[in-house]
Design a protein around this ligand. Structure first.
Ligand SMILES: [Cu+2]
Length: 153
């Protein structure tokens, strides 16, 4: 005869199954999304906003957040381009979210955060600040404009 009641056994089974599901989910996500942003040593050159074209499919963007705008505010790239974003802030902490892309970074004064994004589909990808940074926060936006050069010929 068991010392554990039948209903307690059921609760333990459900708890164990839920825990196993959580652990599986964490391990699965860790294997699938390994493109976490990296933090680089600070360098003043990243405080000057610009778009560098390394070749037809590779770009670098030095993105600078400042109350209450992102610079550059419009980034034009061709479809299929891979873009390295180097992000910093000139004042307070700002957020940096690119719609439809798995990008969620913080722009912090004196820090450079980097991530790489590939734009496979043409369109306009909105960049928004998702960290409250003052009265103009809701207007803090930029966009990545991805066009298909073949479609304009
Ligand atoms: Cu903001």
């Amino acid at each position: 005869m068991s010392v554990i009641d039948k209903s307690e056994k059921k609760v333990l089974m459900i708890t164990g199954a839920t825990l196993a599901l959580f652990i599986f989910s964490i391990l699965y996500a860790r294997g699938k999304y390994n493109d976490a942003p990296e933090c680089l040593p600070f360098d003043k050159t990243y405080e000057t906003p610009k778009v560098n074209k390394l070749d037809d499919k590779t770009y670098q963007v030095y993105a600078v957040a400042q109350m209450w705008q992102f610079q550059p505010s419009q980034i034009y790239i061709p479809v299929g381009a891979e873009v390295d974003f180097f992000l910093t802030s000139k004042d307070v902490v700002h957020g940096f979210n690119i719609a439809e892309k798995n990008v969620n970074m913080m722009a912090v004064y004196g820090n450079i955060n980097k991530t790489t994004v590939k734009f496979d589909k043409p369109g306009v990808y909105k960049i928004t600040c998702h960290e409250y940074c003052g009265v103009g926060h809701q207007n803090m936006q930029a966009e990545v404009i991805v066009n298909d050069p073949a479609a304009t010929k």
